[in-house]
Design a binder for this molecule. Sequence first.
Ligand SMILES: *[C@@H]1O[C@H](CO)[C@@H](O)[C@H](O)[C@H]1NC(C)=O
Ligand SMILES: CC(=O)N[C@H]1CO[C@H](CO)[C@@H](O)[C@@H]1O
Length: 439
Amino acid sequence: MAKFFFILAALCAVNTFHLASANVSGPAVFCYYDSRSYLRETQAKMLPSDMDPALSFCTHLVYGYAGLDAATNKMVSLNPKLDLDQGHANFRVVTQLKKKFPTMKVLLSVGGGADLELEDSYKYNTVLETPESRAVFINSASVILKNYGFDGLDLAWQFPTLKPKKIRGKISSLWHGFKKLFKTRPVDEHAEEHKEQFGKFVQEMKNALRHDNMILTASVLPNINSSLYFDIHAIMSHIDYAILHGYDYMTPKRNPKEADYTSPLYELLERNPEFNINFLTSYWLKNGFPIQKLILAIPTFGRAWKLDSDSAISGVPPLHTDGPAPEGPYTKHEGLLSYPEICTKLNNPANQKGLHTYLRKVTDPSKRYGTYAFRAPDDNGDNGLWVSYEDSDTAANKVGYIKAKGLAGVAIVDLSLDDFRGLCSGDKYPILRSAKYRL
Ligand SMILES: *[C@@H]1O[C@H](CO)[C@@H](O)[C@H](O)[C@H]1NC(C)=O
Ligand SMILES: CC(=O)N[C@H]1CO[C@H](CO)[C@@H](O)[C@@H]1O
């Protein structure tokens, strides 16, 4: 009898193993790697080898970013010295990581907001417009992917973004007639055509990749209206995952005079009802996108504004601001602070060097909107700062949302802005870790 049960148990084990191995094991964890981090200095400089402690958590590593050459319609490296074999060969270095992490897939991402060639800001639309230009792009992309050993492509397509809402100078007029302000002017008169052409492009791209057993994903970048550019029905069977970048709803660059939560899960009172993760996720699901292919991206950075003497002293958003906060010591990018740049500024005894140096953290017990930290300006009106950001608690909370909804997994954007050196608490990659443990 005991023997019988033993055999039965063994059979069951084999059977579950078989089922599990038919799928990717467990939820997906997409780890974005922004290769520009290689060019930062001191503590912010990240080498591919610095990713080692992260990669056992990642099912997919996404290399950011390739670009589009408007003159030829080809996909190209944006930093040949960094990416290609004649330089640091990071394309190859990163795909070689599969030797150490054999189940991890390595994708190359194109666009991602990194392609800043301004003379043709609509080039991502233009390339879609004819079958010939699409074919040129697809061929060039296939060659790069194959030559460097990538497992697929992520289309972080740089469609035109929504126009930011206009804010008049004084706080008194901020919410006056806010409903009127929600109306955004069209940024692309041919959006309908571009949406249809993108649908064809995705299908053609997938057909090309299928030959080589490569996967295709689509990243929905911040401030791009899904309903204008993503024909969900047309693309859903041709992409392996859609990755929703639900952050940067407000940024100091787009909204210099007003700070607010940058990545809220749910709708806030008196805000644009579309500027939150739940709206975005629900939109994709309502339009029939398969839930087992839907991924939510979590940022590892904060967006930081300068407060001045006109800013509300409570710090409660939305509040008047005076443009982007000065650059952080490591990332040196105005209006952006990496997680370690924020954690080292928070008000804990170890950091307290003076009254105006630390930030007061304000958590969100409702778990609906996110965390921010701030310090009021000093008597001269200087040094005021307000930052909306993600930490390990809010990341875990977002993964709670992912699980409750039944989404396919999480994306971390990006590894280089998480605390990859363990400066905050000693643990490396606290945001990725927290997301993974909660998943
Ligand atoms: C996105 O586009 C749809 C029309 O397709 C429009 O109804 C909606 O208001 C737009 N969203 C934003 C935030 O502008
Ligand atoms: C997400 C996914 O690929 N699920 C598949 C897991 O495997 C079963 C059995 O092969 C499929 O039916 C699912 O679609």
